[in-house]
Design a protein around this ligand. Structure first.
Ligand code: NAD
Ligand code: ZN
Length: 386
């Protein structure tokens, strides 16, 4: 079968790989109908991680059940399902409490498992024609038959629940004001979640005009372009005060427009991993709360600079302490939210598909990875249809 295979920094190719098989009685194998490219794939694509060439990408997967392991009791051939990007067992101490992003059984030695992701366990990615799904009874979310809402449902694998998770981590309440950094797919879905939850004011910070425009239009948010001036000052001026809550949907690859005047969007010399965290600490009011779904990486003893080697980011923790802030972090526990978000979609109360800019065949994955990686204007979320 065909799959999107990592070749090395900034290169993927569609190659023939082995078909997945049932490996355990609890598995199913699905035919993929939609699989999405994610900002998280870009950490591997850009060569920032230990991902080895040959890995099949793809943790945002939906499709039709084709083969069913003999221990599976709730799924049948033909069922249409979407899978949380987390691979979880359902019965470890974290899964039992709903923390399926931190399953202790699927990937011993690391907090949590995922499909097609370096360090997240032995699970192949779904940017392919077929996928093996472990612990299938627990992980699969059933969808109505047919092909209605295909784009929206595919976003239940990651970015809609992850954006929602950002608002939960920040404990966002109706009537509150919130500053969301990053108008990529995750930040956009955090803004959409804040809108659904009844936030009074939503500020969205980025530098890509089409991304800011899309969030302004669909979430009634106030766009803040961080290349037009300090975003903290812009928000405080507009709002008249610090905001109640903050969300970091950028992560450690945050661009610092001050560090290098060159126009090269992703020159690592321009990056400043703590810039957004420090701006959130500034812009959220004392005793406010921060949600951090944006990804940060643990210390790397092999890193060339001492700060990265020790996992230190240069966070102004003294200010954080002075303001008595609270903060939640980590992988989204997709299963905590996906059933409810599915039902909002089915009942017509949510339609996150506005974030989708492209639906293309698997063969177009190499061009689309490049365009999404460059944050090209108008490339917001790319869905692949094998
Ligand atoms: P993305 O990379 O497309 O979005 C990031 C956005 O941040 C871009 O639009 C970029 O222009 C903007 N940005 C860069 N520097 C900025 C700055 N200083 N201030 C404000 N905005 C800035 O990717 P995405 O798919 O939206 O993912 C965002 C982050 O969320 C990534 O780190 C990804 O790995 C992470 N993620 C986490 C989870 C989770 O479960 N916690 C799930 C999915 C993705
Ligand atoms: Zn993802």
């Amino acid at each position: 079968m065909d799959a999107v295979v990592y070749q090395g920094p900034h290169e993927v190719a569609v190659e023939e790989v082995d078909e997945p098989e049932i490996e355990h009685p609890n598995d199913v194998v699905i035919d993929i109908t939609t699989t999405c490219i994610c900002g998280s794939d870009l950490h591997m694509y850009e060569g920032r991680t230990d991902a080895e060439p040959g890995i099949v990408f793809g943790h945002e997967n939906m499709g039709i059940v084709d083969e069913v392991g003999e221990g599976v009791s709730t799924l049948e051939k033909g069922d249409r399902i979407v899978l949380p990007f987390n691979v979880a067992c359902g019965f470890c101490k974290n899964c039992e409490e709903g923390y399926t992003g931190f399953c202790t059984n699927v990937n011993p030695g690391f907090a949590g498992g995922a499909y097609g992701y370096v360090a997240m366990g032995p699970y192949k990615g779904g940017q392919a024609e077929r996928l093996r799904v472990p612990y299938a009874d627990f992980n699969a979310l059933k969808l109505p038959e047919g092909d209605e809402h295909e784009d929206s449902f595919s976003l239940l694998a990651d970015i809609f629940p992850t954006g929602w998770h950002g608002t939960e981590l920040a404990n966002l309440q109706p009537g509150e004001s919130v500053a969301i950094f990053g108008a990529g797919p995750v930040g956009a879905m955090a803004a959409y979640s804040a809108h659904i939850k009844g936030a009074a004011e939503i500020y969205i910070v980025d530098r890509v005009p089409s991304r800011l425009d899309a969030v302004e239009e669909n979430c009634d948010a106030i766009p803040i372009n961080f290349e037009e001036g300090d975003p903290v000052e812009q928000i405080i001026e507009e709002h008249g005060d610090e905001v109640d809550k903050g969300i970091d949907a950028v992560g450690y690859q945050a661009i610092d427009p001050e560090t290098d005047p060159s126009d090269d969007a992703y020159d690592p010399a321009r990056e400043n991993p703590a810039i957004v965290l420090n701006q959130l600490i500034q812009v959220v009011r004392p005793t406010g709360e921060l949600g951090i779904p944006g990804l940060y990486v643990p210390s790397d003893p092999g890193a060339p600079d001492e700060m990265a080697a020790q996992g230190r980011l240069g966070i102004d923790f003294g200010k954080f302490f002075e303001k008595g802030l609270k903060c939640g972090t980590g992988q989204a526990n997709v299963k905590q939210y996906n059933r409810y978000l599915r039902d909002l979609i089915i009942e017509g109360r949510a339609d996150p598909s506005w974030i989708v800019s492209h639906r293309v065949g698997l063969d177009e994955a190499p061009e689309m990875y490049e365009a999404f990686d460059n944050r090209e204007e108008g490339v917001t979320k790319v869905l692949l249809e094998p």
